[in-house]
Design a protein around this ligand. Structure first.
Ligand code: SAM
Length: 277
């Protein structure tokens, strides 16, 4: 069956060729055209999955020129896939303006989700994942990099960066200086033969990669700033609510866990609240 006309933003593997969805393969096979960051790179994927759909380049250097023509094809009912060399298009890759213009032109845009190095790194790094900020690539120049890091230092969340191997050590050292010497994980060559997760403080990691420069593709996960100590009011409110249902001992244990505080201290406060209630 012919797919619904529109632009399909299609994720491809970030290393391991098997990391592609059935749906992505099907839409790539059935589309009228695949827009590629690099047609030679996508040719390898197509060869592996028997995809014979015509391919055309769509990258930073030709995007402005070819966009009107692509939008016209889409308006005429074409089924077009957008892929990047690896992972999810638009994530530190071209495509944003195409998606925006397609939407403005009333064309349907469908996500075909799959791999992205950012989330692959985050989900296996062991950093808090309830709130995270994707910062992409830092500027290469030290001044601009420091300025960007100053802005990021204020964010109370895990930070995700893309980085290149030659710049890794310098970037980690700059982060240590501006973000503080936080815990971090360098995730390298994800889903590939030499996949590696290395954890440490930013300054230790900077030193270790300076001593032995790495190869391959890299994501840096930086833990959030240290948790602020719990306010006394927060602990009391938690304990009061807990004491409605739990014993003093149980409520104290729960508070100790919730606020990372000594059990003895939590018990003493719970007892006091119970006696005053
Ligand atoms: N759109 C892609 C995505 O969704 O992950 C990212 C494209 S960006 C141009 C390329 C950067 O992504 C690399 O320099 C590296 O920082 C990161 N990256 C891509 N594949 C990776 C992998 N297998 N392991 C670690 N990092 C990877």
């Amino acid at each position: 069956m012919r797919p619904e006309p529109g632009l399909y933003v299609t994720a491809t593997p970030i290393g391991n060729l098997a990391d592609i969805t059935y749906r992505a393969v099907e839409i790539l096979q059935k589309a009228d055209l695949i827009l590629c960051e690099d047609t030679r790179q996508t040719a390898k994927l197509c060869a592996a999955y028997g995809i014979e759909t015509p391919r055309a380049p769509y990258h930073d250097h030709n995007a402005a020129k070819v966009r009107p023509e692509i939008i016209k094809k889409l308006q005429d009912g074409a089924v077009i896939c957008l892929v990047s060399d690896a992972g999810t298009p638009l994530i530190s890759d071209p495509g944003y303006k195409l998606v925006r213009e397609a939407r403005n032109a009333g064309v349907a845009v469908f996500p075909v989700p799959g791999a992205s190095a950012s989330l692959a790194a985050l989900c296996a790094a062991g950093a808090p994942s309830d709130r995270f900020f994707f910062a992409g690539f830092l500027p290469a120049k030290p001044g601009a990099r420091a300025k960007t890091l100053e802005e990021l230092a204020r964010i109370d969340a895990t930070l995700i960066f893309y980085e290149t191997a030659p710049r890794l050590s310098d970037a980690l050292a700059a982060m240590a200086q501006t973000l503080g010497d936080r815990k971090a994980v360098v995730a390298r060559e994800l889903t590939k033969l030499h996949e590696e997760f290395r954890e440490g403080t930013l300054s230790d990691l900077a030193q270790s990669y300076e001593a032995a420069p790495p190869k391959g593709e890299i994501v840096i996960i930086v833990f959030p700033p240290d948790e602020k100590p719990a306010e006394a009011g927060d602990v009391d409110a938690f304990l009061k609510a807990a004491l409605d249902e739990l014993s003093v001992k149980e409520a104290a244990a729960a508070a100790a866990e919730q606020f990372s505080m000594p059990r003895k201290e939590a018990y003493a406060r719970a007892l006091q609240l119970k006696e005053n209630s």
